[in-house]
Design a protein around this ligand. Sequence first.
Ligand code: ATP
Ligand code: MG
Length: 179
Amino acid sequence: MRIRKLRLSGFKSFVEPAELIIERGLTGIVGPNGCGKSNLLEAIRWVMGEGSPKSLRGGGMEDVIFAGTATRPARDFAEVTIFTERPDATADEDREVEVTRRIERGAGSAYRMNGRDVRAKDVGLMFADAATGAHSPALVSQGRIAAVIAAKPHERRQMLEEAAGIAGLHVRRKDAEQK
Ligand code: ATP
Ligand code: MG
């Protein structure tokens, strides 16, 4: 799955609406310490359904909302949209998938897929089917490289399953078992 574009508003340090277009090939993001490079990666993980505030360097999920500075008031919501292309799409019209996650103070998160309200589970299944998602081994946070090297056998198996494109089947099986 290719990420074409990322749109952020009120997410962490990205207080003003910002768009990042990712061209084909290798993209590097450079900038001084604290300018928001890691926040961008966290925005990608968050919109894909990351459920753990700790792994986004926060205490609670609302910590992703711009908290304000000496000169700027805090925001009431954060919104991230990811524009992706599914490699497995058959027709042109369902190749483009646009996923939005929005969190409002005191109201929790809501998701939209191609403009329709969906459940977190639908977003999770869509990304799992495309062999990616918030926990994809392709997304390595700062300081996590050592953890990838030291992964336990079952974690390593999970990485191989994602690489083989069968992780989605496990998510669907778990879902079916719960019914
Ligand atoms: P480094 O090069 O040190 O890894 P970086 O470019 O990865 O830096 P980030 O960690 O992405 O930087 O950004 C950190 C900045 O984001 C800090 O200045 C922090 O105050 C700011 N930040 C994080 N969460 C929020 C929030 N909820 N509201 C406002 N600012 C925030
Ligand atoms: Mg960083």
